[in-house]
Design a protein around this ligand. Structure first.
Ligand code: TTP
Ligand code: MG
Length: 359
């Protein structure tokens, strides 16, 4: 017993320094397909809606790096992708496969330290090692993920989550980017400002009108002026972001999903009520399966309808008690009915459940 600081304590103190890794899998959905079907490697692979020989509807979920050479990317209408490369391999989304690979990868990461999963193919990992050792660990993780799951990962290493996330995206695929605290400003400065977590498309536009395009522009923009345009809190937050400041914790607790939902674009705009209700019922069944797996029951049903002219509406109903499948279907039907009165054909329907009670 004593209150001396021993050499060992100092060592502990050194080790308690956190290093954060951000791991993001490369062209994830496509990579999973390639893992089960290696013949797809070296081919352009596009995952998403059926292109229907250029007449398909819906969007690209992801494209592998070969397909990206043709300018095909996530979110693009599938028809555009088809025009860019009709010979690519087009595959539908297979969530069962991707969820399994995702789960396996997360379990690999958990052996190394505290993990916060932030998406199907990405997570933060907290290490208590020095920089050299962390780099070795990151390489080891990349090898282990590839050996076991046959998908590749890009990793960013930094002193906090904000910088680690930007670093993992810096060199892709199979990238490894280390940004030590003394290098943060140099690393961030030339990057476009929308690389920062806090800057969405709207803010990006607004910043552009203020002449702020790179992170360096944001660093140099007077805080008081920024506050006038973005409000006190948000301006302060963005300014800290610009200097790579972030002290948020890696939290193991899963962000509880606030809702569970599905949506679907019909192959053809339609007014076929029977077909739509049938589809809706199938979607509810799917959603209930997911909710059951998470031991959740919901009180609120939300439906979304998009007409042929893209006008989009949502309607919801909350009940006092949690709903079973039959009740949910009845409410969805009730919410859906008024939409059939409209002259317009329906392009897309969506349904989600929320206000959960965990069982
Ligand atoms: P991302 O990590 O954004 O993309 P990616 O893994 O395909 O490619 P990258 O190498 O640049 O990381 O998203 C992970 C998965 O999420 C992606 O494989 C498919 C899905 N996704 C969509 O379904 N729609 C989208 O618009 C985006 C961006 C992703
Ligand atoms: Mg990815």
């Amino acid at each position: 017993m004593g209150y001396f600081i021993t050499a060992k304590d100092m060592e502990e103190d050194d080790k308690s320094k956190k290093i954060i890794l951000h791991i993001d899998l490369d062209a994830f959905f496509a990579a999973c397909e390639e893992a089960v079907n290696p013949k797809l490697r070296n081919k352009a692979v596009v995952i998403g809606a059926n292109p229907m020989k250029g007449k398909g509807r819906g969007v690209v979920s992801t494209a592998n790096y070969e397909a990206r050479k043709y300018g095909i990317k996530s979110g693009m209408p599938i028809t555009w992708a088809y025009r860019r490369n009709p010979n690519a391999v087009y595959l539908p989304v297979n969530f069962t496969l991707y969820n399994k690979v995702s789960e396996n990868v997360m379990n690999i990461l958990r052996k190394y330290g505290k993990v916060e999963q932030t998406g199907i193919d990405e997570a933060f990992l907290e290490l208590h090692e020095d920089w050299e050792k962390s780099e070795k660990t990151a390489k080891k993780i990349q090898r282990e993920i590839f050996r076991k799951e046959k998908v590749t990962a890009s990793i960013g290493i930094a002193g906090n989550k904000l910088v680690a996330k930007i670093a993992s995206d810096f060199r892709k695929p199979k990238g490894l980017t280390i940004v030590k605290p003394s290098e943060v400003i140099m690393f961030l400065s030339p990057l476009p400002v929308n690389m920062l977590q806090g800057v969405g498309p709207k803010t990006n536009e607004k910043l552009k009108t203020l002449g702020i395009e790179t992170i360096k522009d944001l660093q140099e923009y007077p805080l008081e002026k920024l506050k006038m345009h973005l409000g006190e809190n948000y301006a302060g937050y963005l300014k800290e972001n610009a200097f790579g400041k972030d002290d948020s914790e890696v939290s193991e607790e899963k962000e509880e999903a606030k809702s569970i939902g599905l949506q679907e674009t019909f192959q053809k705009d339609t007014k076929d009520e029977k077909m739509i209700i049938k589809k809706l019922n199938k979607m509810i069944e799917e959603i209930f399966k997911t909710a059951k797996g998470q031991n959740k029951k919901a009180k609120t049903i939300v439906i979304k309808v998009r007409y042929e002219d893209f006008a989009t509406f949502t309607k919801q109903k909350k009940s006092k008690f949690t709903l079973d499948l039959k009740q949910a279907k009845a409410i969805a039907w009730e919410l859906m009915l008024p939409f059939f009165k409209d002259k317009r054909k329906i392009r897309l329907i969506g349904i989600s459940i929320k206000d959960f009670k965990v069982l």
